[in-house]
Design a binder for this molecule. Structure first.
Ligand SMILES: CSC[C@H]1O[C@@H](n2cnc3c(O)ncnc32)[C@H](O)[C@@H]1O
Ligand code: ZN
Length: 439
């Protein structure tokens, strides 16, 4: 008998390693934060002795979800400015509010709120793009979640940095500080085509190559963005970035609602990844990303919530369902983006785009134990025929009962173990009182 830290016995297990593979009555054996075996429960009982055993008798156990694009601390602006198009929302509401309130304390409180919400919804990893990422990093570190934090660049002064040099310098400092952290990686996060110059993008491409990091950027979010670029540069943003050499497997293009056939071919040929944000695109009426067409061409598509000020939640179960449904509507074909593909987008595809698929994104021996358990015993999930279908089309985030990241339990029967939910809520309410009194 081998001694191990934890055994999770699962009624159903969806490892996300092979199309439609569903294991029944299997055990996930975990030691020092990693998965060391995945085998039938009867065999596990003979081979392993665990310090702790968790029986998930009515649950599906699967890899934690990866929210592949967001602005964590914007949870504190949830509901501040609704029902507006992107540029009105940014120029008249969000950027002024950020100028007034965003700082280290704001980002720490907003990140704690976001991470609490994400963990309770089965998200074990997120990719972020926001100011004061060192404050987010502290909460990632103490809460136990996994994250890829953006080294943001936006070419106007903000409370975080006065110019491009300072943005790049502060980003580099973040990268240096966390480069050996077991759960924190970094990515370059130039904001958008209309806020970052060619010269800055060239510097970012070189830096990203040197540090071997992904680059995430809002691209082709709206038709107005594309038209403005035509007026200013004589090119659509994607053509401009193709000429700059930005289209490569490093790039995670966020949104991508406006695409010609030729542009989709460029993305496929260059190995560009796409972070699809269906709810944000719907709420701001930004457009519809043709993800079925992109997937058909072999483009790696993942899912993000975007910030809570344009969504207005960080619910990856809702996002998976929207992604599947919207793709069918856009393609006029119900067979596109079936449930299993939506689950891939929310797990392994995101891990691949972030360059962390050797660590997370599926349940495999040698990977970190980033695991969620979903209770399928309730009335809303009866009867039961097909597991992926049940998870994407019938289940909600409230059915996530338990969450582990790197083998540490962060949600236990829906209770957060590392974050104080009352304190997190109280802080958010204090910020809202302050923001309300000024706005
Ligand atoms: C440089 S930090 C991120 C910056 O982006 C703003 N933002 C939030 N959501 C969106 C979106 O959908 N498109 C463009 N910009 C967005 C956020 O408020 C920060 O200023
Ligand atoms: Zn965004």
């Amino acid at each position: 008998m081998k001694n191990v830290d934890l055994i999770i016995n699962a009624r159903w297990c969806l490892p996300m390693t092979a199309e439609q593979l569903v294991l029944e009555n299997h055990s996930i054996v975990i030691n020092e934060g990693n998965i060391v075996a995945l085998l039938p429960q009867t065999q596990a009982e003979q081979l392993y002795q665990a310090t702790q055993t968790q029986n998930m008798d009515e649950h599906c156990v699967m890899p934690g979800l990866i929210n592949n694009h967001g602005h964590t601390a914007m949870t504190l602006f949830r509901g501040l400015a609704d029902d507006l198009p992107l540029m009105t929302w940014l120029n008249n509401h969000i950027w002024p509010a950020e100028q007034q309130f965003v700082g280290d304390a704001f980002v720490e409180a907003g990140s704690a709120l976001a991470i609490a919400e994400m963990l309770r919804g089965g998200t074990t990893c997120f990719s972020d793009m926001y100011f004061f990422p060192e404050a987010t990093a502290r909460v990632v570190d103490s809460s136990g979640i996994r994250a890829s934090l953006g080294m943001v660049v936006i070419e106007f002064p903000t409370n975080w940095a006065k110019d491009v040099n300072e943005y790049l310098h502060k980003g580099q400092a973040l990268h240096d500080k966390y480069r050996h952290h077991p759960r924190i990686t970094t990515n370059y996060a130039p904001h958008a085509p209309y806020t970052v110059s060619d010269q800055t993008l060239q510097a970012i491409i070189i830096n990203a190559e040197e540090l071997d990091l992904p680059i995430q950027m809002h691209i082709h979010e709206t038709a107005a963005e594309v038209n403005d670029s035509l007026a200013q540069h004589g090119k659509r943003p994607l053509a401009r970035f193709k000429d700059l050499g930005l289209l490569s497997p490093r790039l995670i293009a966020v949104h991508m609602t406006q695409l010609t056939e030729e542009e989709m071919d460029w993305c496929a040929e260059a190995g560009v990844h796409i972070a699809h944000c269906p709810e944000s695109n719907l709420k701001l009426a930004s457009g519809f990303s043709p993800i079925a067409e992109l997937i058909k061409r072999g483009v790696n598509v993942s899912i993000g919530t975007d910030g809570a000020a344009s969504n207005n939640d960080l619910d990856m179960f809702a996002e998976m369902r929207q992604a599947a449904m919207l793709a069918k509507g856009v393609a006029g074909d119900p067979s596109v983006v079936p449930a299993y593909q939506a689950l891939q987008m929310a797990t392994i595809n995101a891990a691949k785009s972030l360059g962390i698929d050797s660590v997370t994104g599926s349940l495999e021996i040698g990977k970190a134990a980033d695991i969620i358990a979903i209770d399928l015993s309730d009335i809303e999930t009866q009867p039961f025929y097909d597991l992926p279908s049940q998870l994407v089309y019938a289940t909600g985030r409230d059915k996530v009962s338990d969450v582990w990241v790197a083998g540490k339990q962060l949600l236990k029967q829906r209770q957060l173990t590392t974050l104080n939910a009352q304190h997190v809520s109280a802080q958010a309410q204090q910020w809202a009182t302050k923001i309300r009194s000024v706005s």
